[in-house]
Write a protein that binds this ligand. Structure first.
Ligand code: SAH
Length: 409
């Protein structure tokens, strides 16, 4: 049985209160990280993943019919303007259309009352205002988390999650269909990579979630913590971020957008130099190369020393502290020595730590520590590094919590 869904990202001081009353601590046999069910990628596969990510560009979109208009949601305001002006429209019309779509959240051209009749008719021949079909939408019993399975043009499916907490709305988006990183504890990692998403397919997830919820929040957060490794799909992820961030678009402040990575070091350096103040979360999960090599295979390509250096560079260049995400796996990375090494690492870096009790995935052997063990780990850390939060993922009872996306059942 899952515990009830508490608010996300609780402060350490809230912990005791929330832990009190939680149910079913599990007994915790220690799975052997080397004996995971999913084969880790070999060195050649790691090299290929790293190279592809480095070469990541805006590749042609094979999922579209060649004569179809481009999706509106993959276009920067200037690109919308260029298309409309190219069709003989006046420049200011682009602003009007952008205001309807992103400001007033209206995608139906017939309702765009300040456009002329012919323009209303012509618009959908110039840009595609459609969104992916909702294959499934599941609401958590408490109503504070909604998981969407969206079907893309080529039938690829991705999942997105909207969460409501006292800190406002957080929209969790996918950057790839499946994932090639093969982190051994992650449901999406078991799927393998189907394909990279295009920028419009990422932005469309946000627009979808805003349209299909009536939650009111003037400023929402977007986190790239759904399916996929955003930095392995660098160009499209960045394009989507620029569309979301645009003054004439949804105006999501860069500080409200967080990119989460398993540790694609060259892309972390590149991201630092984009001139954006994005949040960067690093899926650390282990404090020794020996363990991290097995849990997060990309570590064999970019070991901890390089990862930490990239994190430092990111923090120095952007002026933003990075977040170290640390899932707690019973008997694997939840011992006192792990906490001590984590604290040392955190103290040498401008960062905060986000502890995430593991969300069990069917068919995978990993276990969540008992509530007492989670508390103990946080207590070891807390006096040494005060910036610790414990994330009780929302959506656990609808398989929408971190790392459960793509899980069957
Ligand atoms: N590829 C990116 C984003 C993926 S998911 C990354 O690795 O950061 C976002 C977070 O959920 C990552 O920290 C990931 O390691 C974590 N995660 C994966 N499976 C999980 C699970 N079953 N329980 C809790 N967190 C999990």
């Amino acid at each position: 049985m899952n515990p009830p869904i508490p608010a996300a990202c609780l402060d350490h001081k809230d912990l005791g209160r929330l832990l009190y009353g939680m149910t079913t601590p599990q007994s915790s046999p220690s799975p052997d990280p080397g004996g995971a069910l999913v084969p880790a990628p070999d060195d050649l596969a790691l090299d290929t993943m790293a190279r592809e990510a480095e070469e990541s560009t805006a590749e042609p979109d094979h999922s579209r019919i060649p004569s179809a208009p481009p999706s509106f949601f993959g276009l920067l305001p200037g690109e919308v303007e260029a298309i409309l002006v190219g069709a003989g429209w006046q420049r200011y019309r682009a602003r009007q259309v952008l205001e309807w779509v992103y400001g007033k959240r209206t995608r139906n051209p017939a309702a765009m009352s300040n456009l002329g009749k012919t323009q209303r008719e012509e618009l959908t021949r110039l840009v595609d205002l459609g969104l992916p079909r909702i294959h499934k939408k599941i609401q958590s019993p408490g109503g504070d988390a909604v998981k969407y399975a969206l079907e893309l043009r080529d039938r690829a499916r991705v999942e997105s999650v909207a969460m409501l907490s006292k800190r406002g709305i957080t929209l969790c988006v996918s950057s790839q269909a499946g994932c090639g990183m093969a982190c051994v504890f992650c449901a999406t990692g078991t799927l393998g990579l189907a394909r990279n998403l295009k920028a419009d397919e990422i932005v469309a997830q946000v627009v979808h979630m805003l349209e299909t919820n009536d939650w009111q929040d003037p400023g929402f957060n977007v986190v790239f913590m759904g399916m996929g490794e955003p930095l392995a799909n660098y160009a499209q992820t960045l394009k989507a971020i620029r569309v979301l961030n645009a003054e004439e678009g949804l105006r999501v402040g860069a500080r409200r957008i967080t990119v989460s990575t398993c540790g694609m070091v060259p892309q972390m350096h590149r991201l630092a130099k984009e001139g954006l103040q994005l949040g960067l979360a690093i899926s650390l999960h282990a404090t020794t190369d020996g363990l991290r090599d097995r849990l997060v295979p990309i570590n064999r390509r970019y070991p901890l020393r390089e990862l930490v250096r990239a994190a430092e560079f990111y923090a120095e260049t952007t002026g933003r502290r990075v977040t170290l995400e640390y899932i707690l796996l019973a008997g694997v990375n939840d011992r006192k020595g792990d906490a001590e090494r984590l604290a040392d690492m955190a103290n040498s870096l401008p960062c905060k730590i986000n502890l995430i009790p593991y969300n069990p995935v069917p068919q995978l052997p990993w276990q969540r520590p008992t509530d007492e063990a989670i508390q103990r780990f946080a207590d070891w850390l807390f006096p040494r590094c005060p910036a610790v939060t414990l994330r009780w993922s929302q959506g656990g009872d609808i398989a929408a919590a971190c790392g459960q996306l793509g899980a069957k059942g």
